[in-house]
Ligand binder design. Structure first.
Ligand SMILES: Nc1nc2c(ncn2[C@@H]2O[C@H](COP(=O)(O)O)[C@@H](O)[C@H]2O)c(=O)[nH]1
Ligand SMILES: [Mg+2]
Ligand SMILES: [Zn+2]
Length: 489
């Protein structure tokens, strides 16, 4: 029996031509990017190229397999810019080469038609076989290349990218933000989706200046800009653990500082510890979690003896960047200040490993009974809790901001579980595409992880009951309702 599944139909405008594209259930983020690149006659755009979809009112729409459908009356405007330094046309956009792009475009169209005609199950199963074969091939290649390496190389990757800093840095535009934007940046409801990467680094730079950290710690602005730029380049293009997630975590931390009036209650050095922790907390994340690292016996797991391999790696990469004089925003700190900052950052980043959650919660509950802003240990625990909250805070944002993040998280989870299946490794049920639903993923997480965490923090920062916790409870109610509807109740 053939099953017909209706595609999600989207209308787009590229230059002066209009296109109708069908996104089929099961298509991935990469498929959507490829379809959009074909529609723009830029099939040779690579994963670093910038793809921008805007609604007629100028709002940026995140590119994802869950793009909302629209009509020919309100088409999205599509822009594709080559980003990759190695791309055939260099930076700055423009059309692809004539004949291969045309062929590519026709191939993509043909692909759409064939997708519509083929029985979906067959095609899906074929695709899965290819994905699984690709993964096995990658894994075999990796093993071969690892076997040839004379020594382990975790950090050199970061160093290699630092050496490319000046050409990248030279192209950073200068940004001036309006009063509305800088006020909005302090809100936990800030919408992250409308900013490009360079704009996000500029917004982060603004946070340092606004909090008085540039003046207090005598940071040179070019050094700060370079540091942020290199951090950005060392985040990988994962569906979830990417530079935009880093920005969101940092912005939520900054929002909570203002919401709870902590700028006057904490020392500048505490603000510095929290902000840098957020900025480096997932740097060079490979898109596969600690369980995968340990089960697959990866280099990271071996180097860190299975102890929070990712979080240890994020710290190591962050501090390697800071060792470079051109990026060292700590160079004017005293030895004592540096020691304090380093210890604090390591503690905060390691606290983002969720296997440490219970222990951190219990300790904080105890200090919250008589919390003292003059107590160094109390403040260190507060910062750890704030970074943890910021790290899992997507559902503290309005639904239209939060929901695309869930799609990104599930995309990354599914890629991991597909690979685990292909490699014969254990698969966590919450990552398995055959077992997970969106409400299923959120109800337990919000109810048993997020709300208790934020409520615990609110014992010391009661202001979170004003703006932040109500939105989280609203998200929980939304997903509980959806779960019931899906169960047919
Ligand atoms: N089911 C959900 N899990 C979430 C959500 N937001 C975060 N998370 C989980 O927490 C960790 C956070 O740590 P990170 O340093 O890896 O970012 C993340 O990996 C997820 O496992 C959520 O909204 N729903
Ligand atoms: Mg992490
Ligand atoms: Zn994170």
């Amino acid at each position: 029996m053939t099953t017909t599944v209706a595609p999600n139909r989207i209308h787009i405008k590229v230059g002066d031509k209009c296109e109708v594209l069908d996104l089929y259930p099961g298509c991935t983020h990469e498929d959507v990017r490829a379809i959009l690149c074909s529609a723009a006659d830029m099939v040779d755009a690579d994963k670093d190229s910038l793809i921008k979809l805007t609604k007629p009112d100028g709002t940026i729409v995140p590119v994802s397999p869950f793009l909302p459908g629209n009509t020919d009356k309100d088409p999205y405007t599509l822009q594709v810019h080559y980003r990759s330094r190695g791309s055939p046309n260099g930076a700055g956009g423009g059309g692809g080469t004539a004949s291969p792009t045309k062929i590519g475009y026709l191939e993509a169209k043909l692909n759409d038609i064939s997708k519509a005609l083929e029985p979906l199950r067959e095609l899906q199963s074929f695709r899965e076989q290819i994905v699984s074969f690709q993964k096995r091939l990658e894994s075999a290649e990796k093993q071969i290349s690892m076997a040839n390496l004379p020594e382990t190389k975790v950090i050199p990757k970061a160093i290699k990218r630092i050496s490319k800093i000046d050409p990248i840095f030279a192209h950073q535009p200068k940004y001036v933000f309006t009063d509305e934007t800088v006020a909005y940046l302090k809100q936990p409801s800030f919408n992250n989706w409308q900013w490009e990467e360079n704009e996000m680094t500029a917004l982060m730079e603004h946070m340092f200046t606004e909090l008085g950290l540039v003046d207090k710690f005598k940071m040179e602005l070019p050094t700060l800009k370079r540091f942020l730029c290199v951090v950005k380049d060392n985040y990988n293009h994962n569906p979830f653990h990417n530079f935009r997630h880093c920005f969101c975590v940092t912005q939520m931390f900054y929002g909570m500082l203002h919401e709870a009036d902590l700028v006057s209650k904490l020392e500048p050095i505490d603000l510095l510890v929290g902000l840098i922790s957020c900025i480096i907390h997932d740097i060079d994340h490979p898109g596969f979690n600690n369980a995968y690292q340990v089960n697959a016996k990866t280099e990271l797991a071996v180097i860190y003896n299975d102890q929070s391999p990712l979080e240890n790696h994020h710290c190591a990469v962050g501090f390697t960047i800071l060792r470079n004089n051109d990026c060292n925003i700590f160079k004017n700190l005293s030895d004592k200040e540096y020691e304090h900052v380093r210890k604090g950052i390591i503690r905060c980043v390691l606290s983002t490993d969720l296997t440490k959650h219970g222990e951190i919660m219990t300790k904080f509950k105890a200090v919250s009974e008589n919390f003292n802003f003059a107590d160094v240990e109390h403040k260190a625990q507060l910062l750890g809790m704030m970074v943890k909250c910021a790290d899992i805070s997507n559902e503290a944002r309005p639904a239209d901001v939060a929901e695309p993040w869930l799609d990104c998280l599930l995309e990354e989870y599914f890629a991991q579980s597909d690979r685990e299946k292909a490699e014969g490794l254990p698969v966590a049920p919450f990552m398995d595409r055959d077992k997970v639903t969106k409400p299923g993923a959120q109800v337990g997480f919000i109810q048993f992880v997020m709300i208790p965490l934020f409520e615990n923090l609110a014992r010391v920062l009661p202001q979170l009951e004003g703006n932040v916790l109500p939105q989280i409870r609203k998200s929980l109610a939304y997903y509980q309702d959806l779960q019931q509807k899906m169960a047919g109740k």
